[in-house]
Design a protein around this ligand. Structure first.
Ligand code: SF4
Length: 400
Protein backbone atom coordinates (compact mmCIF):
# COMPACT_ATOMS: atom_id res chain seq x y z
CA UNK A 1 0.00 0.00 0.00
CA UNK A 2 1.37 3.47 -0.85
CA UNK A 3 1.98 5.65 2.14
CA UNK A 4 0.72 9.21 2.52
CA UNK A 5 2.80 11.78 4.36
CA UNK A 6 2.02 11.78 8.09
CA UNK A 7 2.24 14.83 10.32
CA UNK A 8 3.16 13.96 13.90
CA UNK A 9 2.88 16.49 16.74
CA UNK A 10 5.17 15.56 19.60
CA UNK A 11 5.69 18.84 21.43
CA UNK A 12 2.23 20.30 21.79
CA UNK A 13 0.12 22.10 19.24
CA UNK A 14 0.81 25.74 20.14
CA UNK A 15 -2.60 26.52 21.67
CA UNK A 16 -1.73 25.98 25.32
CA UNK A 17 -3.04 29.41 26.40
CA UNK A 18 -6.45 28.76 24.89
CA UNK A 19 -7.13 25.57 26.85
CA UNK A 20 -5.77 26.61 30.25
CA UNK A 21 -9.13 27.68 31.64
CA UNK A 22 -10.97 24.62 30.36
CA UNK A 23 -8.39 22.31 31.91
CA UNK A 24 -8.61 24.12 35.21
CA UNK A 25 -12.38 24.01 35.13
CA UNK A 26 -12.36 20.24 34.52
CA UNK A 27 -9.57 19.14 36.86
CA UNK A 28 -8.87 21.78 39.53
CA UNK A 29 -10.02 21.33 43.13
CA UNK A 30 -10.14 24.14 45.71
CA UNK A 31 -10.20 21.69 48.61
CA UNK A 32 -7.07 19.90 47.35
CA UNK A 33 -5.32 23.26 47.05
CA UNK A 34 -6.40 23.99 50.62
CA UNK A 35 -4.89 20.69 51.80
CA UNK A 36 -1.61 21.42 50.02
CA UNK A 37 -1.44 24.87 51.54
CA UNK A 38 -2.12 23.51 55.05
CA UNK A 39 0.58 20.91 55.44
CA UNK A 40 -1.51 18.33 53.51
CA UNK A 41 -3.88 18.11 56.49
CA UNK A 42 -7.54 18.98 57.01
CA UNK A 43 -9.39 18.60 60.32
CA UNK A 44 -13.08 19.08 60.88
CA UNK A 45 -15.41 17.83 63.65
CA UNK A 46 -13.24 14.88 64.70
CA UNK A 47 -12.28 13.85 61.16
CA UNK A 48 -8.67 14.38 60.14
CA UNK A 49 -7.56 13.79 56.55
CA UNK A 50 -3.87 13.49 55.67
CA UNK A 51 -3.04 13.73 52.00
CA UNK A 52 0.16 12.06 50.76
CA UNK A 53 2.73 14.63 49.65
CA UNK A 54 2.95 13.19 46.14
CA UNK A 55 -0.35 12.18 44.63
CA UNK A 56 -2.52 12.33 41.54
CA UNK A 57 -1.64 13.43 38.00
CA UNK A 58 1.98 12.69 37.06
CA UNK A 59 3.90 14.78 34.53
CA UNK A 60 3.27 12.24 31.74
CA UNK A 61 -0.49 12.11 32.23
CA UNK A 62 -0.79 15.87 32.70
CA UNK A 63 1.00 16.40 29.39
CA UNK A 64 -1.09 13.77 27.58
CA UNK A 65 -4.38 15.27 28.75
CA UNK A 66 -3.12 18.75 27.89
CA UNK A 67 -2.24 17.65 24.34
CA UNK A 68 -5.64 16.02 23.89
CA UNK A 69 -7.35 19.29 24.84
CA UNK A 70 -5.00 21.21 22.55
CA UNK A 71 -5.88 18.83 19.72
CA UNK A 72 -9.60 19.58 20.02
CA UNK A 73 -8.84 23.31 20.19
CA UNK A 74 -6.61 23.25 17.13
CA UNK A 75 -8.88 21.01 15.06
CA UNK A 76 -12.41 21.97 16.14
CA UNK A 77 -14.14 20.41 13.12
CA UNK A 78 -12.05 17.29 12.54
CA UNK A 79 -12.72 13.70 13.58
CA UNK A 80 -10.39 12.99 16.50
CA UNK A 81 -9.68 9.46 17.73
CA UNK A 82 -7.87 7.77 20.60
CA UNK A 83 -6.27 4.33 20.56
CA UNK A 84 -8.20 2.80 23.45
CA UNK A 85 -8.31 4.69 26.73
CA UNK A 86 -6.17 7.79 26.86
CA UNK A 87 -5.20 7.03 30.46
CA UNK A 88 -6.60 4.65 33.07
CA UNK A 89 -9.14 6.99 34.57
CA UNK A 90 -12.83 6.69 33.61
CA UNK A 91 -13.60 10.33 34.46
CA UNK A 92 -10.89 11.74 32.19
CA UNK A 93 -11.83 9.37 29.38
CA UNK A 94 -15.48 10.47 29.71
CA UNK A 95 -14.47 14.12 29.53
CA UNK A 96 -12.62 13.42 26.29
CA UNK A 97 -15.58 11.59 24.81
CA UNK A 98 -17.76 14.58 25.66
CA UNK A 99 -15.37 16.63 23.53
CA UNK A 100 -16.14 14.23 20.67
CA UNK A 101 -12.79 12.51 20.94
CA UNK A 102 -13.71 8.93 20.19
CA UNK A 103 -11.95 5.62 20.71
CA UNK A 104 -10.92 4.00 17.41
CA UNK A 105 -13.24 1.07 16.73
CA UNK A 106 -11.70 -2.42 16.77
CA UNK A 107 -12.88 -4.48 13.76
CA UNK A 108 -14.89 -7.62 14.52
CA UNK A 109 -11.98 -9.73 13.30
CA UNK A 110 -9.88 -8.29 16.12
CA UNK A 111 -7.21 -7.49 13.52
CA UNK A 112 -6.06 -3.88 13.51
CA UNK A 113 -7.30 -2.01 10.47
CA UNK A 114 -7.16 1.76 10.18
CA UNK A 115 -7.82 2.03 6.46
CA UNK A 116 -11.08 3.90 7.15
CA UNK A 117 -9.08 6.88 8.46
CA UNK A 118 -8.83 9.88 6.16
CA UNK A 119 -5.96 12.30 5.70
CA UNK A 120 -7.77 15.02 7.63
CA UNK A 121 -8.48 12.77 10.66
CA UNK A 122 -6.48 13.15 13.85
CA UNK A 123 -5.37 10.32 16.15
CA UNK A 124 -4.05 10.98 19.66
CA UNK A 125 -1.59 8.36 20.93
CA UNK A 126 -1.71 7.63 24.68
CA UNK A 127 0.86 8.42 27.37
CA UNK A 128 1.81 4.74 27.67
CA UNK A 129 2.60 4.53 23.94
CA UNK A 130 1.53 2.10 21.22
CA UNK A 131 3.28 -0.91 19.62
CA UNK A 132 5.61 -0.23 16.69
CA UNK A 133 3.34 -2.19 14.32
CA UNK A 134 0.30 -0.08 15.27
CA UNK A 135 2.23 3.12 14.61
CA UNK A 136 3.21 1.83 11.18
CA UNK A 137 -0.43 1.04 10.34
CA UNK A 138 -1.56 4.46 11.54
CA UNK A 139 0.96 6.14 9.28
CA UNK A 140 -0.51 4.49 6.16
CA UNK A 141 -3.56 6.74 5.67
CA UNK A 142 -1.43 9.86 6.22
CA UNK A 143 -3.66 11.28 8.95
CA UNK A 144 -2.42 13.62 11.68
CA UNK A 145 -0.94 11.98 14.77
CA UNK A 146 -0.54 13.62 18.16
CA UNK A 147 1.97 11.56 20.10
CA UNK A 148 1.68 12.00 23.88
CA UNK A 149 3.97 9.06 24.77
CA UNK A 150 5.66 9.87 28.08
CA UNK A 151 9.43 10.45 28.00
CA UNK A 152 9.90 7.91 30.81
CA UNK A 153 8.21 5.23 28.69
CA UNK A 154 10.41 6.12 25.72
CA UNK A 155 13.54 5.67 27.85
CA UNK A 156 12.44 2.11 28.56
CA UNK A 157 11.97 1.55 24.81
CA UNK A 158 15.52 2.73 24.14
CA UNK A 159 16.88 0.40 26.79
CA UNK A 160 14.91 -2.55 25.43
CA UNK A 161 16.04 -1.88 21.86
CA UNK A 162 19.67 -1.75 22.89
CA UNK A 163 19.38 -5.08 24.80
CA UNK A 164 17.81 -6.74 21.75
CA UNK A 165 20.45 -5.33 19.37
CA UNK A 166 23.18 -6.78 21.57
CA UNK A 167 21.53 -10.20 21.46
CA UNK A 168 19.93 -10.19 24.92
CA UNK A 169 16.44 -11.55 25.44
CA UNK A 170 14.36 -8.72 26.90
CA UNK A 171 12.73 -9.78 30.16
CA UNK A 172 10.10 -7.27 31.32
CA UNK A 173 8.66 -7.22 34.83
CA UNK A 174 5.14 -6.08 33.99
CA UNK A 175 1.66 -7.06 32.90
CA UNK A 176 1.71 -8.59 29.44
CA UNK A 177 -1.80 -7.29 28.71
CA UNK A 178 -1.02 -3.70 29.75
CA UNK A 179 -0.81 -1.19 26.87
CA UNK A 180 2.57 0.11 28.04
CA UNK A 181 4.15 -3.33 28.21
CA UNK A 182 2.69 -4.33 24.83
CA UNK A 183 4.27 -1.22 23.34
CA UNK A 184 7.56 -1.80 25.16
CA UNK A 185 8.07 -5.40 24.06
CA UNK A 186 7.36 -4.44 20.44
CA UNK A 187 10.63 -2.51 20.53
CA UNK A 188 12.52 -5.72 21.31
CA UNK A 189 11.31 -7.04 17.96
CA UNK A 190 12.84 -4.15 16.01
CA UNK A 191 16.24 -5.85 16.20
CA UNK A 192 16.76 -8.89 13.95
CA UNK A 193 16.11 -11.99 16.06
CA UNK A 194 14.84 -9.89 19.00
CA UNK A 195 13.06 -11.86 21.75
CA UNK A 196 11.05 -10.97 24.83
CA UNK A 197 9.41 -12.53 27.86
CA UNK A 198 7.14 -10.81 30.41
CA UNK A 199 6.94 -11.91 34.05
CA UNK A 200 4.21 -10.60 36.30
CA UNK A 201 5.63 -11.33 39.73
CA UNK A 202 8.23 -13.20 41.79
CA UNK A 203 6.44 -16.53 41.37
CA UNK A 204 6.72 -16.30 37.61
CA UNK A 205 10.32 -15.07 37.89
CA UNK A 206 11.09 -18.12 40.07
CA UNK A 207 9.71 -20.40 37.34
CA UNK A 208 12.07 -18.73 34.85
CA UNK A 209 15.00 -19.03 37.29
CA UNK A 210 14.35 -22.74 37.80
CA UNK A 211 14.39 -23.21 34.03
CA UNK A 212 17.65 -21.26 33.72
CA UNK A 213 19.26 -23.45 36.40
CA UNK A 214 17.94 -26.87 35.51
CA UNK A 215 16.08 -26.66 32.23
CA UNK A 216 12.83 -28.59 32.12
CA UNK A 217 9.96 -29.52 29.87
CA UNK A 218 9.82 -26.93 27.12
CA UNK A 219 6.05 -27.40 26.67
CA UNK A 220 5.33 -26.51 30.32
CA UNK A 221 7.30 -23.29 29.96
CA UNK A 222 5.63 -22.34 26.69
CA UNK A 223 2.18 -23.04 28.12
CA UNK A 224 2.79 -20.96 31.25
CA UNK A 225 3.99 -17.89 29.33
CA UNK A 226 1.86 -18.51 26.22
CA UNK A 227 0.68 -14.91 26.00
CA UNK A 228 3.77 -13.31 27.45
CA UNK A 229 6.55 -14.16 25.02
CA UNK A 230 7.66 -13.44 21.46
CA UNK A 231 6.37 -15.80 18.78
CA UNK A 232 9.47 -17.92 18.13
CA UNK A 233 10.70 -18.00 21.72
CA UNK A 234 12.70 -21.04 22.70
CA UNK A 235 13.45 -21.29 26.44
CA UNK A 236 16.41 -23.62 25.87
CA UNK A 237 18.03 -21.07 23.56
CA UNK A 238 16.66 -17.70 24.73
CA UNK A 239 17.31 -17.72 28.48
CA UNK A 240 21.09 -17.51 28.26
CA UNK A 241 21.50 -13.76 27.83
CA UNK A 242 18.90 -11.64 29.57
CA UNK A 243 18.37 -7.87 29.72
CA UNK A 244 15.89 -6.72 32.35
CA UNK A 245 13.48 -3.80 32.25
CA UNK A 246 10.17 -3.09 33.96
CA UNK A 247 6.84 -1.49 33.27
CA UNK A 248 7.21 2.04 34.64
CA UNK A 249 4.43 1.60 37.18
CA UNK A 250 5.56 -1.58 38.97
CA UNK A 251 6.72 -1.82 42.58
CA UNK A 252 10.41 -0.95 42.50
CA UNK A 253 11.19 -3.30 45.43
CA UNK A 254 9.64 -6.25 43.59
CA UNK A 255 11.44 -5.36 40.34
CA UNK A 256 14.76 -5.26 42.20
CA UNK A 257 14.11 -8.64 43.81
CA UNK A 258 13.26 -10.15 40.44
CA UNK A 259 16.46 -8.71 38.93
CA UNK A 260 18.48 -10.27 41.76
CA UNK A 261 16.76 -13.63 41.31
CA UNK A 262 17.52 -13.73 37.57
CA UNK A 263 21.09 -12.56 38.14
CA UNK A 264 21.70 -15.29 40.74
CA UNK A 265 20.22 -17.96 38.47
CA UNK A 266 22.39 -16.88 35.52
CA UNK A 267 25.47 -16.78 37.77
CA UNK A 268 24.70 -20.32 38.96
CA UNK A 269 24.37 -21.55 35.38
CA UNK A 270 27.22 -19.69 33.68
CA UNK A 271 29.52 -18.75 36.57
CA UNK A 272 29.70 -15.41 38.42
CA UNK A 273 32.77 -14.29 36.48
CA UNK A 274 30.85 -14.57 33.19
CA UNK A 275 27.82 -12.70 34.43
CA UNK A 276 28.38 -9.49 32.44
CA UNK A 277 28.05 -11.49 29.23
CA UNK A 278 24.73 -12.96 30.35
CA UNK A 279 22.93 -10.30 32.38
CA UNK A 280 21.96 -6.64 31.95
CA UNK A 281 19.68 -4.65 34.20
CA UNK A 282 18.32 -1.16 34.37
CA UNK A 283 15.64 0.01 36.78
CA UNK A 284 12.93 1.62 34.66
CA UNK A 285 10.26 2.39 37.28
CA UNK A 286 9.53 6.09 36.61
CA UNK A 287 10.24 8.78 39.18
CA UNK A 288 6.57 9.83 39.41
CA UNK A 289 5.52 6.26 40.31
CA UNK A 290 8.33 5.98 42.81
CA UNK A 291 7.54 9.36 44.42
CA UNK A 292 3.91 8.34 44.94
CA UNK A 293 4.90 4.98 46.43
CA UNK A 294 7.46 6.63 48.73
CA UNK A 295 4.92 9.25 49.84
CA UNK A 296 2.50 6.50 50.94
CA UNK A 297 5.17 4.84 53.07
CA UNK A 298 6.26 8.20 54.50
CA UNK A 299 2.70 9.14 55.42
CA UNK A 300 1.86 5.79 56.99
CA UNK A 301 5.07 5.60 58.98
CA UNK A 302 4.76 9.16 60.28
CA UNK A 303 1.04 9.41 61.05
CA UNK A 304 -1.15 7.05 62.99
CA UNK A 305 -4.27 6.66 60.88
CA UNK A 306 -7.32 4.40 61.01
CA UNK A 307 -7.47 3.70 57.30
CA UNK A 308 -6.27 4.73 53.89
CA UNK A 309 -8.25 5.66 50.81
CA UNK A 310 -6.48 5.27 47.46
CA UNK A 311 -8.28 6.99 44.60
CA UNK A 312 -7.88 5.96 40.97
CA UNK A 313 -9.17 3.82 38.10
CA UNK A 314 -9.68 0.15 39.01
CA UNK A 315 -7.61 -0.76 35.91
CA UNK A 316 -4.80 1.65 36.82
CA UNK A 317 -1.62 -0.29 37.50
CA UNK A 318 0.14 2.36 39.57
CA UNK A 319 -2.97 3.01 41.69
CA UNK A 320 -3.28 -0.71 42.41
CA UNK A 321 0.31 -0.76 43.61
CA UNK A 322 -0.27 2.20 45.94
CA UNK A 323 -3.15 0.24 47.50
CA UNK A 324 -0.95 -2.86 47.76
CA UNK A 325 1.74 -0.92 49.63
CA UNK A 326 -0.72 0.80 51.92
CA UNK A 327 -2.56 -2.42 52.81
CA UNK A 328 0.64 -3.64 54.48
CA UNK A 329 0.21 -0.86 57.05
CA UNK A 330 -3.50 -0.11 57.53
CA UNK A 331 -6.93 -1.16 56.24
CA UNK A 332 -6.98 0.22 52.69
CA UNK A 333 -9.81 0.94 50.27
CA UNK A 334 -9.05 1.52 46.59
CA UNK A 335 -11.95 3.53 45.21
CA UNK A 336 -12.51 5.04 41.78
CA UNK A 337 -14.30 8.20 42.87
CA UNK A 338 -16.56 9.75 45.52
CA UNK A 339 -19.50 7.69 44.23
CA UNK A 340 -17.80 4.57 45.61
CA UNK A 341 -18.38 5.86 49.14
CA UNK A 342 -21.96 4.63 49.29
CA UNK A 343 -22.48 5.84 52.88
CA UNK A 344 -20.72 5.70 56.25
CA UNK A 345 -21.44 1.96 56.44
CA UNK A 346 -20.62 0.74 52.93
CA UNK A 347 -17.89 1.41 50.38
CA UNK A 348 -17.35 -0.06 46.89
CA UNK A 349 -13.68 -0.80 46.37
CA UNK A 350 -11.19 -2.96 44.51
CA UNK A 351 -9.68 -5.71 46.63
CA UNK A 352 -5.88 -5.48 46.44
CA UNK A 353 -5.56 -9.24 47.03
CA UNK A 354 -7.70 -10.57 44.17
CA UNK A 355 -8.31 -7.44 42.08
CA UNK A 356 -12.10 -7.77 42.31
CA UNK A 357 -14.64 -5.07 43.03
CA UNK A 358 -16.40 -5.56 46.37
CA UNK A 359 -18.74 -3.77 48.73
CA UNK A 360 -17.18 -3.58 52.18
CA UNK A 361 -19.21 -2.81 55.29
CA UNK A 362 -18.46 -0.79 58.42
CA UNK A 363 -15.43 0.78 56.84
CA UNK A 364 -15.64 4.13 58.65
CA UNK A 365 -14.92 3.85 62.38
CA UNK A 366 -17.38 5.60 64.67
CA UNK A 367 -16.09 8.67 66.53
CA UNK A 368 -12.93 10.66 65.87
CA UNK A 369 -11.18 9.22 62.85
CA UNK A 370 -7.93 9.79 60.97
CA UNK A 371 -7.86 8.98 57.27
CA UNK A 372 -4.87 8.92 54.95
CA UNK A 373 -5.52 9.73 51.32
CA UNK A 374 -3.64 9.37 48.07
CA UNK A 375 -4.38 8.99 44.36
CA UNK A 376 -2.80 7.29 41.37
CA UNK A 377 -0.95 9.08 38.60
CA UNK A 378 -4.01 9.24 36.36
CA UNK A 379 -6.38 10.75 38.94
CA UNK A 380 -7.16 14.46 38.61
CA UNK A 381 -7.45 16.72 41.65
CA UNK A 382 -11.15 17.34 40.96
CA UNK A 383 -11.89 13.65 41.72
CA UNK A 384 -9.77 13.73 44.88
CA UNK A 385 -11.57 16.90 46.00
CA UNK A 386 -14.96 15.21 45.57
CA UNK A 387 -13.79 12.31 47.73
CA UNK A 388 -12.75 14.72 50.51
CA UNK A 389 -16.12 16.50 50.33
CA UNK A 390 -17.96 13.18 50.49
CA UNK A 391 -15.89 12.07 53.48
CA UNK A 392 -16.66 15.26 55.36
CA UNK A 393 -20.37 14.87 54.59
CA UNK A 394 -20.64 11.24 55.73
CA UNK A 395 -18.60 11.83 58.85
CA UNK A 396 -20.78 14.78 59.79
CA UNK A 397 -23.87 12.63 59.24
CA UNK A 398 -22.42 9.89 61.42
CA UNK A 399 -21.84 12.32 64.29
CA UNK A 400 -25.36 13.70 63.97
S1 SF4 B 1 3.34 6.99 35.37
FE1 SF4 B 1 5.43 7.60 34.84
S2 SF4 B 1 5.78 6.69 32.83
FE2 SF4 B 1 3.57 6.67 33.15
S3 SF4 B 1 2.86 8.57 32.25
FE3 SF4 B 1 3.24 9.01 34.40
S4 SF4 B 1 5.33 9.80 34.47
FE4 SF4 B 1 5.07 8.77 32.49
Amino acid sequence: MSREKTTIYRKGLGVQDKIKNRLEQDYFSGIVSYLKAHDFTLSSGGLTIYLAREFGFCYGVERAVNYAYQTREKFPDRRIFLIGDMIHNPFVNRQLREMQIEILPVPETGKEDYSFLKKEDVVVLPAFGIPVSTLELLKQPGCILVDTTCGSVMSVWKRVESYAKEGYTVLVHGKYWHEETRATVSHALKAPGGKYLVVLNKQEAQFVCDFIRRGGPREGFMEKFRQALSSDFDPDRDLQKIGLANQTTMLRGESMEIAEMIKTALAARFGAKNLTKHFRNFDTVCSATQDRQDAVVELLTQKKVDLMLVVGGFNSSNTGHLAEISSKYVPTFHIENAGCILNDKAIRCRDAADGREKIKRDWLPIGPVKIALTAGASTPSSIIGEVVTQLLAFHRKQIE
